[in-house]
Design a protein around this ligand. Structure first.
Ligand SMILES: Cc1cc2nc3c(=O)[nH]c(=O)nc-3n(C[C@H](O)[C@H](O)[C@H](O)COP(=O)(O)OP(=O)(O)OC[C@H]3O[C@@H](n4cnc5c(N)ncnc54)[C@H](O)[C@@H]3O)c2cc1C
Length: 300
């Protein structure tokens, strides 16, 4: 890794970056060590410059959204975090189509759509995702998914080529898109909505927000549902049936409000969190025969 060469490049091109940034502050779990570089590009071109230079300097990079589905090792990340939330969060519209940069928060896009009296995105209100993270994961809730509304997605690949995909080309499936397992970065999306009624849109958004508050442990640091929904069941029900609701292992805990959420109970370390995840998987397998698979992305 050519750390000095990369740093010189950032300085020479006036790119926005910091070194040794604690990722604990940038994830909803509040777990994790430092990133070697933390870069906040201002434009698509700057994202392209960063990934091309990262490649030239042989330094790995990771694109961080709102950090609401990421568990970072306490040893941190010896590479480059690319963070779009700081500068790339514009939202605009043309007729019934809403456009958003990847660093915009999904709930801000929902509020924007509401202000334009556009319906279709209410299901997403309350998911603590950036637009990029939500698109990458095909985030969804209460019967809706990004795949239901996304019209186009602009990305940049690891060689610096820009792409524009249609909905079909995104290959969306449950918590999956064509970007899963690739280093391709979402830069911007467009969402096709319909004209609705302001009162109805607001009422649905408020209803879903209240549902979240009553059902989810929003007062505790978490990454949402820790496990994917297995075929033919719900992870939370399986964990509950295995007797693990409220189970505490060191400073990590299975929420006593929603067994699908593993929460950072009291300053848990990465190792403690992983230990609890493994314990849950083993216990659920023994109890029901079903293998749970992590939804949370692990960065180390
Ligand atoms: C309290 C709580 C409730 C939640 N409820 C829901 C829910 O109802 N439904 C749901 O689906 N999820 C839910 N989640 C999980 C989480 O919000 C989603 O998985 C979300 O899509 C992650 O978005 P993010 O911006 O935080 O991405 P991050 O957590 O930062 O990253 C997740 C993955 O996306 C990738 N990524 C991020 N930005 C980009 C980009 N621009 N281009 C390419 N890849 C990118 C990252 O590299 C990483 O692999 C919840 C989480 C919490 C904490």
């Amino acid at each position: 890794m050519q750390i000095e060469t990369f740093k010189n490049y950032l300085d020479a091109h006036n790119l926005d970056y910091e070194q040794q940034v604690s990722l604990k502050e940038y994830t909803t779990l509040h777990i994790g060590g430092n990133a070697t570089f933390f870069c906040a590009p201002r434009s698509k071109e700057e994202v392209k410059m960063l990934i091309q230079q990262a490649k030239a300097c042989d330094i790995p990079y990771f694109i961080l959204g709102n950090g609401s589905n990421v568990l970072v090792s306490d040893d941190g990340y010896d590479g480059i975090i690319i963070y779009l939330k700081k500068h790339m969060h514009q939202i605009w519209h043309e007729n019934q189509k809403v456009f958003a940069q990847a660093g915009a928060m999904l709930w801000d896009v929902c509020e924007y759509a509401y202000n334009q009296v556009l319906t279709g995105l209410e299901f997403a209100y309350g998911i603590p995702a950036s637009v990029g993270g939500a698109t990458f994961m095909n985030a969804g809730a209460y019967g809706g998914e990004l795949k239901d509304v996304l019209a186009t997605c602009i990305t940049v690949d690891e060689d610096g080529n820009f792409h524009e995909y249609t909905n079909e080309e995104m290959e969306f499936a449950y918590r999956h898109s064509r970007l899963s397992g690739t280093p391709e970065i979402v830069l911007e999306i467009s969402i096709q909505l319909e004209t609705g009624k302001a009162d109805t849109i607001r009422a649905r958004m408020d209803e879903l927000w209240e549902k979240r508050q009553s059902k989810q442990p929003l007062d505790k640091p978490s990454a949402g549902s820790t496990f994917k929904r297995p075929v033919g069941g719900y992870a939370s029900a399986l964990i509950d049936e295995a007797g693990l609701k409220g189970f505490v292992l060191k400073r990590a805990m299975v929420s006593d409000k929603h067994a699908g959420f593993v929460v950072n109970h009291d300053g848990a370390t990465y190792e403690e969190f992983i230990e609890l995840i493994e314990h849950i998987k083993k216990t659920v397998k023994e109890h029901s025969g079903i293998c749970l698979e992590e939804e949370v992305r692990i960065l180390k």
